[in-house]
Design a protein around this ligand. Structure first.
Ligand code: ADP
Length: 269
């Protein structure tokens, strides 16, 4: 079955590090206290998943995270009958568990999932807050505290993979982007342990590479990749090698484009 079946439960004291980009923490808190679902929009690797983990810990809620993919069906979220020791037993999926327990359910990259998933989300995202389970005949009312959070990357140029307005308009939306340079430097230094002065050129390079999005590159370099590069450097790897492994090779397989990217690297370092 997809999705972590053991929810993460962290207290506010050990909430994973998250540096706010704007007022997203306040918006999330307001949505949570008003039972509103939240949609996080933004490029991959810019901090959406970390943000949800941080907020779940801050609010003291268990968190079920499901990484959606094109084979993920409603049954993977809701549950199914399984054979156990010769008996057929019903096993809740992560969404059902979150609904019963009043937890946060985070559907990462929700547009990747099969179409039947959005049908399930509709009655959960209006004021009924119910989850009908056809297979068992149950109609679950979400426990207090249940919150649905989904993310998607509107940048993927695939017309079939956008959220339909009828789904999108059921969520409060928060837009994410790569953090501003001074914030990204702090994030990367904190995550990698590399001195902030040595992080600065990596962030400068990342922003130059992001400028190529749409021309030579499909996606700009993510904060995640900058953290990887800084981690390799903090471990003693030479800067050139680390940048190549973490910030150039993951972006493209095209040799000509790669050469162009190396020119940028040389210009920055
Ligand atoms: P997304 O879910 O948007 O694809 P993640 O939340 O997994 O991205 O972020 C990737 C990595 O970037 C995180 O593991 C973390 O190291 C770092 N990161 C990005 N933004 C932040 C932030 N604002 N605060 C803390 N860490 C961040």
């Amino acid at each position: 079955m997809d999705g972590s079946m053991n929810p993460e439960l962290k207290g506010a004291a050990d909430a994973p590090f998250y540096l706010a980009q704007s007022d997203e923490i306040e918006v999330f808190e307001a949505a949570s206290s008003n039972n509103l679902p939240v949609l996080l929009k933004g490029p991959t690797g810019c901090g959406k998943t970390r943000f949800v983990a941080h907020m779940a810990a801050k609010l003291g809620r268990p968190l079920y995270t499901v990484a959606c993919h094109d084979d993920l069906a409603a049954a993977d979220l809701i549950g199914r009958y399984l054979l156990k020791g010769g008996e057929t037993v019903w096993v809740d999926g992560p969404l059902t568990r979150a609904v019963r327990e009043g937890a946060i359910c985070y559907l990462d990259e929700v547009v990747e999932a099969r179409k039947d998933v959005t049908v399930v989300l509709h009655p959960l995202t209006d004021d009924r807050r119910i989850l009908p389970i056809d297979r068992t005949g149950e109609e679950l009312e979400a426990a207090p505290g249940f919150m649905l959070v989904a993310s998607y990357n509107p940048g993927y140029q695939n017309i079939l993979k956008t959220l339909k307005p009828s789904t999108r308009q059921r969520f409060i939306s928060v837009e994410f982007d790569f953090p501003a340079p001074n914030l990204e430097e702090k994030v990367v230094a904190e995550e990698s342990g590399l001195d902030i002065e040595r992080v600065k050129p990596l962030v400068r390079l990342a922003n130059k590479l992001r400028g190529l999005k749409g021309q030579d590159l499909e996606e700009g370099v993510s904060t995640r990749l900058v953290v990887y590069a800084a981690t390799l450097i903090a471990q003693g790897m030479n800067v050139d090698r680390a940048v190549r492994a973490a910030m150039v090779e993951p972006l493209t397989d095209d040799e000509d484009i790669k050469r162009g990217l190396f020119d940028l690297v040389t210009a920055v370092f």
